[in-house]
Design a protein around this ligand. Structure first.
Ligand code: OAD
Length: 249
């Protein structure tokens, strides 16, 4: 693993335009569970029953009670971890330009990254299904479920449910930055949900190196990615940054 850390530090030091694609794994060390795998949210509940837009519209109280209320508690308490802070440091060093994240927890911005494309939306805001009024999730009173706007309409989080389209401006900008980078850093994503998982493929086809950081192999491993550093996001990022700081001194 030491060789790969060294290799990643060298590759990043030589790069001019790095883009990262991140997923739930990067927030695991902040106490937010992933969706798939051991301890994952979809191990306990069926996403088609709780995370599909049709399921939400059919029974918003059920989805609020089982999924959204719990998520609110977890996200409210979460703080950025070393992986988020490492990516913020990479931006500060002028190496990382943009993060495309599938996460809705806002932790990249909290860590200090300034160009974050929130592919699946942001959980920090709720929108009334009837009048479109927006309200911060932290201000939502969950004593009444589903929470309602003063107009009587039901609030929904400003995240993408299954069955909904990625906002076109986020999709097209992601495709653009993925096609222009010289390194695509893929961290903490199982790379099975489309179209997010296509971004590293676009980078590869455009001539970029693709580096994965993940304790587990993914469908990109050995096909799209040049190499994978198998470890936890925070630990691996700390080691890469330590080497990188020596290289660019
Ligand atoms: P997943 O839950 O599918 O995958 C999490 C990945 O993180 C796995 O590959 C794990 O091996 C890895 N992982 C676990 N712990 C880690 C750690 N400490 N450091 C680094 N990696 C770690 O999450 P996503 O790929 O983000 O969509 O899932 C994609 C989408 O599926 C989500 O945005 C969500 C979900 O359904 C919607 O809700 C629309």
């Amino acid at each position: 693993m030491d060789d790969l850390i060294q290799r990643a530090a060298k590759d990043l030091a030589a790069a001019k335009n790095v883009v990262a694609l991140t997923g739930a794994g990067i927030s695991v060390e902040s106490g937010i569970p992933p969706f798939r795998g051991k301890g994952g949210v979809w191990e306990k509940i069926d996403p088609m029953e709780y995370a599909h837009i049709d399921a939400f519209l059919r029974d918003p109280a059920k989805v609020w009670n089982v999924l959204i209320k719990e998520m609110k508690g977890v996200v409210d308490r979460a703080e950025p971890n070393d992986a988020h802070r490492g990516l913020a440091r990479l931006e500060e060093m002028g190496i990382l330009k943009t993060i495309i994240t599938q996460n809705v927890d806002g932790l990249h911005q909290a860590a200090g990254n300034t160009d974050v494309i929130e592919f699946h939306g942001n959980f920090a805001w709720q929108k009334c299904l009837d009048c479109g009024n927006r309200c911060e999730t932290s201000q939502i009173n969950t004593e009444q479920i589903p929470p309602r706007c003063h107009c009587g309409g039901i609030f929904r989080p400003e995240v993408i449910f299954f069955g909904e389209l990625i906002p076109p401006q986020h999709l097209s900008r992601s495709q653009l930055v993925a096609s222009q980078c010289d390194i695509m850093l893929v961290m903490g994503t199982s790379a099975v949900v489309q179209p997010a998982a296509l971004m590293p493929v676009i980078s590869k086809q455009s001539g970029a190196k693709v580096i994965e950081i993940n304790p587990e192999r993914t469908p990109l491993t050995g096909t799209i990615s040049d190499y994978i550093i198998q470890g936890k996001g925070g630990e691996v990022t700390n080691q890469i940054i330590a080497k990188l700081e020596k290289l660019i001194q």
